[in-house]
Design a protein around this ligand. Sequence first.
Ligand code: GLV
Length: 476
Amino acid sequence: MGDPAAAGALHIHQDVALLAAYLDAGCPSFYHLAAGRGAYLVPTRGTIEVNGTPAAPRSGTAVSRVDALTIRATDAAEIVLMDLPRPPRTARVDARLRLDEGAGPWLDATSIGGAFMADFQTLQEIAHAARANLAQSAWDYLTGGGESETTLKRNRLGLDSIGLRPRVCRDVTQIDCSTEFLGQTVRLPVCIAPMGSLQLLEPAGADGVVRAADEFGIPAFLSSLTEPQIEDIGPQTNRPMVYQIYVRGDDSWVATFVKRAVNSGCGAVCFTVDLALYGRRERDLMKRYRPPTRQAGDLAAFHFQTAWNWDNVKRFKDAHDIPLIIKGIATAEDAEIAVEHGVDVIYVSNHGGRQLDHGCATIDVLPEVAAAVAGRAKIMIDGGFMRGTDVVKAIALGAHAVGLGKLIGMGLAGGGREGVLRTLEILEEEITTALGLMGVTRFDELGSSFLRSASPVVQPHLLSPFPFINFTDKGY
Ligand code: GLV
């Protein structure tokens, strides 16, 4: 039955058995259709009509006939095919079709294949699937923090202590969540935060994350301490990445890494500066668990990072003509020094609460940093951002983009590349809903007048944004 890609584009207005002929013979949904047992056609983007009836968004339409099946897309659309009887939400989907825009009322379809966790409707379900898929050690590595996890919990406390002040009776028919960041138009003001050891969460590791970001339309930071390496990932992505470097050598070592980044298509580099010493992650220590980032090869040259200081930043700026992001700024004073050194993006972060314990919530630090930077550089932030409303709060307080770490890690663990993609799609739905309900249609209409202080309604912790899921926290 041949390679679907080699079959090229095909008209979807035709008998499903014929359609199946263009796709992998091992695809059970098509087999079920051909055998008269039916399948679901689920639109995951855009709208489709199946035999003249609009398919319900996301839950799809059951199809049992093999002849005269016609699918009409009103716009660019994507559909997945799922077997009947419909399996639970972690169903493996056998084929995915993209209907290209502008090809007329009967559009061309190309199989892009692969497993797809099509049925996640909420971020809570993705977090749940991640927990179900991960061993305790990997889950704790992903979600844990330093020592008593006070910083980690404060990140959430800070976000939960801000209430939204919506404005009403405004026309919010056309909501546009896109912005400009790092010289790119981005679909949402979010980036994939750099994460070490992604291969612990899912075999695709960083490849799944970067490809999902590329497909969705946001920039990804790639950690120098994750797998696969940048040379393997660079060719897979169309969108410039940011290479995040943990320093393990002198200036010439850094220059080699910058060259690797540029040669692999990166548009900027990032140094993480809140890890001069490695935080005491007690969930890992109490299990005697050493993640790949703590293994011998990496530790031998750790002292270069411990010694790294503003002189290194100055020498870097003098030597390299590439945008520089410093991640781990937690005070107005350091934001000012970074701006004086010509840093292009000030990244407010406490490493998701994994490093210094008893630090402050990043969202609480953001206003002083934004005031110090005063428009002289771009500002990023991360630290426990799990919901669309979290992103809205950060942008209203002066951030240009929000880094997503643990949430994306959960998407990867919950469903691989497609899980990350679905995470971003749901986040976009949350953000669109939040903006519209706040009476704005674009992020640049937001400001601090849309916020006020408020009391958290639950005891904040990393997973308190997902209250419908009963996470049993063994700790170690
Ligand atoms: C690495 O950056 C980690 O936090 O484990």
